[in-house]
Ligand binder design. Sequence first.
Ligand SMILES: [Fe+2]
Ligand SMILES: [Fe+2]
Length: 398
Amino acid sequence: MRKKLYQREHNTLAEDKLTVKKLEFNHRKNKEQDHTELLDSSAKSFNYQDCKGEYWNPEKFSLLYGTPLWDQASANERVLLNQIYWVAYYAQIISAEIATIFFNQTAAAGLFGLEDFRLVCETLDFESMQERAHIDAFKVIGEQFEEEVFGERIFTYPMRPYFYETMIFQKTNMIKKFWKSIQLRSYSLLSSGNAFIGCQYLTVRGLRTLNGKIVQHQLSKYYTDHEDKENAPIPSKVSYYHFMDESYHFNSSNIIGSDIIKNLKKPTAFESFIANLGIKGTLKDHSNFNISVNGIFWYEPAIFETLLKLLTTKVFGMSEKDAIHILKECFTKENQGIVEAFETHQTALESYRNYLSNIEYVSKSNKNGGAMNKTSIENYLTENRRQFFEFERKKNVA
Ligand SMILES: [Fe+2]
Ligand SMILES: [Fe+2]
């Protein structure tokens, strides 16, 4: 007997009713509670003068919190360190979200070639639209802050294409940067033409969002715990609105990268290889921790120069010699900041392991945390000491 047209060759998404229901619910809720307008109006009405005297995050989310620099900072300087954390943190999120918008689109292109994937694609389209509003709000606030306080860029940067290194402060060089951009471009080609890789991108996105979720939930608390919400500093509102949108993005990453992927044909050896390479790279990207902005996995020595520039501005008014001295204290000797940043890293590692544990194609070493396993306070200090020695030598102050 001939098959009817609607009888499919293998399991289809429409047959997985529970997953479709989850996805529909998540998409509908996200649209209902969408924070785009609130973010746009917050960015429009942001005026640094209105909130210059107040923290924008809970205190422990301040630049170099728990370090000797923090201990010796005046109350005014602490407010600034808290606000700079906000600007630096979201400068990193802008970079990640520029890439997200692009890969949402290539993944959707790959997935639309399958039956029943319209809802998945529309979910991704809607999220990309939200990411643009997120980027706008972070950028307007970060740039106005740096313009008014320093008169120049410290952590912000002009818009840039998706194939730049996603981590702003990374252990890299020109060759590695070039290679990374080739990898990212090849991955985008693969994901736009291959449903499995397209779906798998959402697994990687889920990992990255998971890290964001851990920190952004805490950042949003400044607003949720604020006694006078209406008059809370606008950046703290932006943290909250953003976290609200992102919680839906995390759910959809989870549904697409863990549940929907099960409905696809089993990956070929090549597809599994590419997929594991993507996860391995993410785990490698997250194998550093830093105490400058606890919660982002930047490579600390890559930030030395920026912090020196920051501390020698008129605002902090340090001489180069004094600034180098205090940075050395912060980065080469154990302190509370290091303990706390390492803790954040370990929490992320644990949650990544959980997240990857049920995904079939993921290799054993990736399931175990890949390069993140080697991270320790001891290695962090050894690397910092070596790099700081070089840094001092270049500055001729050793
Ligand atoms: Fe976002
Ligand atoms: Fe997102």
